[in-house]
Design a protein around this ligand. Structure first.
Ligand SMILES: C[S@@+](CC[C@H](N)C(=O)[O-])C[C@H]1O[C@@H](n2cnc3c(N)ncnc32)[C@H](O)[C@@H]1O
Length: 309
């Protein structure tokens, strides 16, 4: 099982080596902020996958909805911790389409969604409107959050921190706007080469023969390969309590698309897949005795970090 061994200098060196080997990446890194925003914005505006709704109120229809249902279930567990202040003000940073915020909003939380991409905020607003969910939306940068200190009881991100080359300011900012007893939660998807996914590539290779890969090409964005040991000292430095990390999402992503491993298959196939994945999760929970979404870091598709202020 992979356990990334990355310290800050290591990450910079790894980035530098990668840059030399990959001129495309050099362009991305030379003017990070501008191209970073543009790439995300283009991805949100141009790809049909942007309009998938990952939130589901009732029955789960596909593997992505299954993933978000489990993110939500796990967060509900973390909010049972006696260190949590039980408040209802929630901020999602780097919200994208805001799938997890849909769960919070539906459960009666007071939601604020922030993203640096206007395209993302447009899509999130559309999804909330279509589903009659309430929230406030803001275009903004996680490095300089436009909120007073202690404004929220939960501050979280899903798939944001691994895209940031400097993570100190974004984490510091999120903790600044968190109230005492608030929950900080980060879901991070690093560059993995030997997690659970590698055991299922053969399935995806077979599927590739059955359907044309119509997923739009994605703009390249920076993705770190750092593990939780890179992030946790920052949570400690800014004085969070009960700081923890864990691997999550101990399931493969099954798809005919090489460009976007989450590209959905036909409805019947997704339905059959969800059934199978639910069985795998049940088995995982039985084996570990923990929430079934948790696993060893390096084995699942992602890892999480969390703590209380
Ligand atoms: C991989 S997506 C997250 C998707 C999202 N969690 C969802 O459920 O749809 C990462 C998001 O972070 C946003 N982002 C990147 N840098 C940011 C920054 N500095 N401040 C705020 N948002 C940022 C991007 O625009 C993008 O929407």
């Amino acid at each position: 099982m992979k356990q990334a061994d990355i310290s800050r200098p290591g990450t910079v060196i790894a980035g530098l080596i990668h840059t030399i080997a990959n001129p495309q990446r050099k362009i991305l890194m030379s003017n990070v902020q501008h191209s970073h925003i543009n790439s995300f914005d283009k991805n949100w505006k141009q790809r049909k996958e942007s309009f998938y709704t990952h939130w589901s109120k009732g029955k789960i229809l596909n593997q992505i909805q299954l993933a978000f249902r489990n993110h939500w279930s796990l967060l509900c567990e973390l909010m049972k911790n006696p260190d949590f202040n039980q408040g209802k003000r929630v901020l999602e940073v780097g919200c994208g389409r805001g799938s997890l915020s849909c769960y919070f909003s539906n459960a009666g939380y007071d939601c604020m969604l922030l993203d640096i991409s206007e395209g993302a905020i447009d899509i999130a607003q559309e999804i909330f409107k279509t589903n009659s969910l309430k929230a406030t939306f803001k275009v903004g940068d996680v490095n300089t959050l436009p909120f007073e200190k202690k404004s929220f009881d939960v501050v979280f991100s899903i798939g944001l921190l691994e895209h940031l080359e400097d993570i100190e300011a974004p984490i510091k900012e999120q903790i600044r706007v968190l109230d005492d007893g608030g929950l900080f939660f980060g879901y991070i998807v690093p560059e993995y080469s030997d997690n659970i996914q590698k055991d299922y590539e053969w399935v995806n290779d077979i599927l590739k023969g059955y359907a044309e890969d119509t997923a739009a090409e994605k703009e390249e964005v920076y993705r770190s390969d750092a593990g939780s040991e890179y992030y946790l000292p920052i949570l400690k430095r800014y004085k969070l309590k009960d700081i923890q990390a864990s691997g999550v999402y101990p399931l493969p992503m099954i798809s005919h698309s090489k460009k976007f491993p989450f590209t959905l298959m036909p409805k019947k196939s997704e339905k059959a897949l969800v059934k199978q994945l639910e069985k795998m999760l049940e088995e995982n929970g039985r084996k570990t005795g923990k929430h079934s979404w948790l696993c060893d870091e390096g084995y699942g598709q992602a890892f999480i970090i969390w703590g209380y202020k």
